[in-house]
Ligand binder design. Sequence first.
Ligand code: KG4
Ligand code: ZN
Length: 333
Amino acid sequence: MPVILAIESSCDETSAAICADGKILSNVIANQTIHEAYGGVVPELASRVHQQNIVPAVQQALFNAKVSKNDIDAVAFTRGPGLLGSLLVGVSFAKAFALAKNIPLIEVNHMQAHVLAHFIGDQNPAFPFLCLTVSGGHTQIVLVNDYFDMEIVGQTLDDAAGEAMDKTSKILGLPYPGGPLIDKYARMGNPNAYAFPEPQIPGFDFSFSGLKTSILYFIRDNVAKNPDFIAQNLNDICASVESRIASILLNKLRKVAVQYGIKDVALAGGVSANTGLRLGLQELGAQMGWRTFIPKMEYCTDNAAMIGIAGYYKYLKKDFVGQDVAPLARMPF
Ligand code: KG4
Ligand code: ZN
C-alpha cells in the first residue's frame, strides 16, 4: 500500500500530489501567471517561480491528503521531457526528499504520464488502446500496449496543436495562453463561418504550420479591408479555427484506429481541455462504435496526479532510480 509523493515541474505549472495505493488523495497545482506579460513561457522565470512554489505546493498536497511526511513510501518525479531549468527544480527536490527519508525515487516520462492519467479513477481503457496526446509542445497518436509499452504511430512534423491554438490567439491579439480563450469565444461562434485548409500529409503524421500561415494571411487581408474585422468576427474566427484543428486531429485518429482495429480511444494533454475537441471525439466515437475516454479537466493540463499514478505502476514493478539521476529536456518513451 505505497503512499507516493509526486512532483511535476516540466513547464510552467508547479504541482504536487499524493497517490495512495493507486488512488489520488490530493493534487495541488500552482499556476505561473508571470509569463502572460511576455506572451509565452520564459524558461528562466519559470524555474525561479518553481523554486518559490515547490515547497508550499508539497506542504499543501500533504495537508489536503491528511498525510504526514513520514507516511511517504516513495517520491515520483517528472524526469522529462520539458524545460531543463524547470525540471531541475522538481528533480532536485525529489532527490533531496528521498535522500532525507531514505525512500526510493521513481522517474516518470511526462508524455507517458499524460496517457496514464486515464488510470486515475475507475473508468479505464483496456489495452491496447489509442491515445491522442495534444499539448503545447506535443501532438502524438500513441498506441498503448501496456502501462509502459507505448509506441508513437503519428506525430506532428512542425507545430504542436496547442502551439497552433496559442499562435492563432497571438495573431488575434489575445493574451497568452490563448487555447482557453479560443475555446471560450468559439462557443459563441459558427464553426462553418470560414474554411481553413486541412493539410494533406500522408500517413498518420500532422502538420500545423501551413494552417498557421493561412490564418495569418486571412486575418492580414481582412484587417487591411476592415480594421475592425477581428473585433466584429472574433467568435466565428475562433469557432472556425478550433473546428479545423479538431478535424485535423480526429481525421488522423480515425485513420489509425481503423488501421489498427482499435475501439478504445482516449484523449490527453492540455488541448484535451478543448470543448470542441472533446465533443468531436465523443461524436466520432459514437459513429465508429468506440469507447472514448476523456480526462477530467484537472488531469488534462499539467498536473502531478498523473505523475503519481505512473509512479504507482512503476512502484509495483520496483522500477526505481538512483540519486545520480538527471533531468532530460528530450526524453523518448
Ligand atoms: O499539457 P499542457 O498543460 O502543457 C504542455 O505540456 O504543453 O498543454 C498546454 C496547452 C497550451 O497550448 C494551451 O493553450 C492548451 O494546452 N489549452 C487549450 C485549452 N486549455 C489549454 N487549448 C484549447 N482549448 C482549451 N480549453
Ligand atoms: Zn503536458
